[in-house]
Each structure stands twice: as C-alpha cells, then as structure tokens.
Design a protein around this ligand. Structure first.
Ligand SMILES: CC(C)(COP(=O)(O)OP(=O)(O)OC[C@H]1O[C@@H](n2cnc3c(N)ncnc32)[C@H](O)[C@@H]1OP(=O)(O)O)[C@@H](O)C(=O)NCCC(=O)NCCS
Length: 175
C-alpha cells in the first residue's frame, strides 16, 4: 500500500528500511526527545529493526498503522501513523515526526493531510485526532493548517523530557 502526494511517497515500513530509519532517528534525537518519550534512548540499528518487526505485526493485525515518509528521490524524511485505532468508533490518532535536516519544508503537513484522507476515504474512519504538548508550537501548526478543530486543552496534563509540566492540546477532524 502506497500513498502518493505531490512531493512524497508514504508507505508501510519494511525490515530493509532499518538502516535509513535508524540514521534519521539518531540525527534527530535531540528534537525528538523533547516531546516523544520513545526517543529517550538512542536506538541501535538492531533496536530499530525490532521496532519495525513489531510495527509490521501491528499493521498485519490492524491495531496500529505506521508509515514511513520518503521524498520522490527515496530519501526517508520522517514517520507518521494511525495509532490507537478504534474500529468500532471508527477513530484513530495521528502521530508524526520529521528528520531534523528536513524541517520547514511543509513535508509533514503534506503527509498528515494525505494520511488523514487515507484514513477517512480508504479505511472509513470518522474521527481523526491529533494530540500535542501545548508548548509544541511547530506540531500544533500542522492540525491548525489542515483545518482540524481545537476541541480542548487539558491543563498541566503531561511532563516533557526536560521535566517541565505542560498542557495537552486536542485537535480532531470529525466527518
Ligand atoms: C512537529 C514537526 C513534525 C514539524 O515539522 P515542520 O517541518 O515544522 O512541519 P512541516 O513539514 O509541516 O513544515 C512546516 C513549515 O514548512 C514551511 N514550508 C516551506 N516550504 C513549504 C511548502 N512547500 N509547503 C508548505 N510549507 C512549507 C512553512 O513555512 C511551514 O512553517 P509554518 O507552519 O510556520 O508556516 C517537527 O518539528 C518534529 O518532528 N518535531 C519533533 C517531533 C514532534 O514533536 N512530533 C509531534 C508530536 S505531537
């Protein structure tokens, strides 16, 4: 399964992506760990390989659908996915990150838009959620630009990796 946009190719991970994915994570670790707890430790290539193996199992079981994002030159520039899928309620949450050298190009907005449309049009989802730390202004710009509704702000709801307490902001697109 491949989603194609103007500048990107978006597809499920393969074991053969381990090296490229690991190098994107390692390059971006200080940006990732600010807001993503899975990035606390620098992963080895073998860790990344195991994570991809696990992601493939979850995709096959329709529990969680991870995507890798590539430019048309086949450079891996980030990852996204439909998480916490509830097939009964027909809802999922989108997460995302971009490798540090590729920020500020609109790639993640383009990818999240395409994955949202895929979830709604191909998977029949009726509600797509995006949750961010209140202080993660770069992340908040993405649902705001894509017409998601700000549904609520949970005050002092999480702790960032630097130990600061933060709000959680909830955005959603409901069909
Ligand atoms: C959050 C994160 C993905 C945002 O990355 P990003 O590169 O800023 O996001 P985009 O790819 O959508 O790029 C947006 C910027 O690209 C610029 N841009 C350049 N060319 C562009 C184009 N052709 N089209 C659209 N935007 C373009 C825009 O100015 C835009 O900035 P703006 O929103 O201030 O207008 C990134 O900071 C990240 O990975 N952070 C760490 C992990 C994280 O926090 N993930 C989210 C957890 S909720």
């Amino acid at each position: 399964m491949t989603i194609s946009t103007e500048r990107l190719t978006i597809r499920h991970p393969k074991i053969s992506d381990s090296l490229a994915l690991n190098s994107a994570i390692v390059e971006s670790i200080s940006e990732l760990r600010k807001y993503m707890s899975w990035a606390n430790e620098i992963p080895t290539i073998s860790d990344t390989e195991k994570n991809i193996e696990n992601a493939i199992k979850l995709i096959e079981s329709n529990i969680d659908i991870q995507f890798l994002i590539f430019t048309k030159d086949n450079d891996l520039i980030g990852s996204s996915g439909l998480h916490e899928i509830n097939w009964q309620v027909k809802k999922a949450e989108i997460g995302y990150w971009v490798r540090t050298t590729k920020t500020g190009n609109g790639y993640i907005t383009e990818a999240v838009n395409a994955i949202t449309n895929y979830g709604i049009n191909e998977l029949g989802l009726k509600r797509i959620e995006i949750m961010c730390s209140g202080s993660n202004t770069k992340s908040r710009r993405i649902p705001e630009k894509l017409g998601f509704t700000l549904e609520g702000i949970l005050k002092r709801h999480r702790i960032n990796s630097d130990g600061t307490f933060d709000d959680t902001v909830f955005y959603a697109k409901v069909i």
